[in-house]
Design a protein around this ligand. Structure first.
Ligand code: ZN
Length: 218
């Protein structure tokens, strides 16, 4: 990790006027910090709620450097248990957030890009993550990505002990690495000190919007 090459993406060209406050944020490729973390950006292919790719082919999983180092911490811990992380989504350009909002139109699950700071994915401080086994194969989890049903709730209420232990392991490891969860999406994690990475006015409005939704922390 000490030798990771950080590089800066200038996002001014991607930012919409309503979110121009996040232009120029510093982002790093998760793979450059920990190449053992599996990346499968679901919005980079057809296997998502829109049925089409929303990212250009080969788009890396980008986050703020502070997020990448916490993911590496979580990954190191998971490897002790013969598991690892798979990233389903990371930095999400505001333009893509608009497309998702239009496709889903359900603010319990998709942040309205026109309210407050929009999605915290668009600030590089949130990731969507699941578990893989020691051979990077998927393991059974409570639901698929972007499953907008009660099965996606943070608190698993099903009867499968394997699924329960998997989701609990993911939650505990991510909490210990410095992330909070989200009540309605077991796969969504935001760094606990996310407000300090947003301009103060955006952080304040985001806290108001997300205040009732940030109940997923253990
Ligand atoms: Zn998310």
């Amino acid at each position: 990790m000490r030798h990771a090459r950080f590089f800066v993406f200038t996002l001014a060209g991607l930012a919409l006027p309503l979110l121009d406050g996040n232009a120029g944020i510093q982002l790093v490729d998760i793979k450059s910090v920990d190449p053992t973390i599996v990346v499968e950006l679901r919005y980079g292919g057809r296997n998502n709620l829109t049925g089409r790719p929303l990212y250009p082919f080969g788009t890396p999983a980008l986050v703020r450097p502070e997020v990448a180092s916490r993911l590496a911490t979580a990954q190191a811990f998971l490897r002790h248990y013969q598991y690892g992380l798979k990233i389903w989504d990371a930095y999400r350009p505001p333009s893509v957030q608009v497309k998702l909002w239009q496709a889903a139109h359900n603010n319990d699950y998709v942040a309205n890009p026109a309210i407050g700071a929009g999605s915290l994915h668009s600030w590089g401080v949130a990731v969507d993550a699941t578990l893989v086994d020691a051979w990077d194969r998927p393991v059974r989890m409570p639901s698929d990505f972007d499953d907008f049903t009660p099965a996606a709730m943070w608190r698993y209420t099903g009867a499968d002990p394997a699924i329960r232990s998997h989701v609990h392991l993911l939650q505990i490891v991510m909490r210990n690495a410095g992330f909070w969860g989200l009540r309605t999406e077991w796969w969504h994690f935001t760094i606990t000190d996310w407000p300090k990475y947003l301009p103060p006015d955006k952080a304040k409005t985001a806290a108001q919007v997300f205040g009732t939704r940030w109940e997923g922390k253990l």
